[in-house]
Design a protein around this ligand. Structure first.
Ligand code: ZN
Length: 141
């Protein structure tokens, strides 16, 4: 299910997020929402966000289905953007994109998301791991 070449510890974390997704309850009537679909793999991510008056993300919810990488990334993403401003969340998205494309990225901003770095060696899977981030961007535009 996951590429064998991924580090075993990272695989374990990815599978844990896949099986026990964080922030998976749906937010009813959110301020921001979007649906993302990756036709290459059949992955789907539905995302809801509530921000406060300072544009800080107070609540985030996602529901979806698809491969382990797409769903684990969505789960990790919700953890990393909760409590951050929209601007900070989009900065994390940009660092994540850079990491996936093999560019120098800010690991301090990425934190736990770094475990997905190995995914970049599997070009087909990069789309899976970028799905939740493009959905985030769609939800805010
Ligand atoms: Zn996928």
């Amino acid at each position: 299910m996951l590429p064998n070449e991924l580090n075993d510890l990272y695989k374990e974390v990815i599978l844990d997020h896949y099986k026990n997704p964080r922030n998976s309850s749906e937010i009813i009537e959110p301020l921001h929402k979007a649906r993302g679909y990756n036709p290459f793999c059949g992955d789907e991510v539905n995302l809801q966000l509530n921000v406060d008056n300072n544009q800080v993300i107070q609540e985030v919810g996602f529901q979806g289905h698809g491969c382990a990488i797409s769903q684990a990334t969505a789960s990790l993403m919700t953890e990393s953007i909760k409590g951050k401003s929209i601007q900070e969340a989009l900065a994390i998205r940009e660092e994540f994109r850079k990491m996936m494309q093999g560019e120098q990225s800010n690991l301090e901003l990425l934190q736990d998301l770094e475990i997905l770095e190995g995914v970049r060696n599997f070009p087909v899977r990069i789309k899976c791991s970028l799905l939740s981030w493009s959905t985030l961007e769609d939800s805010l535009s």
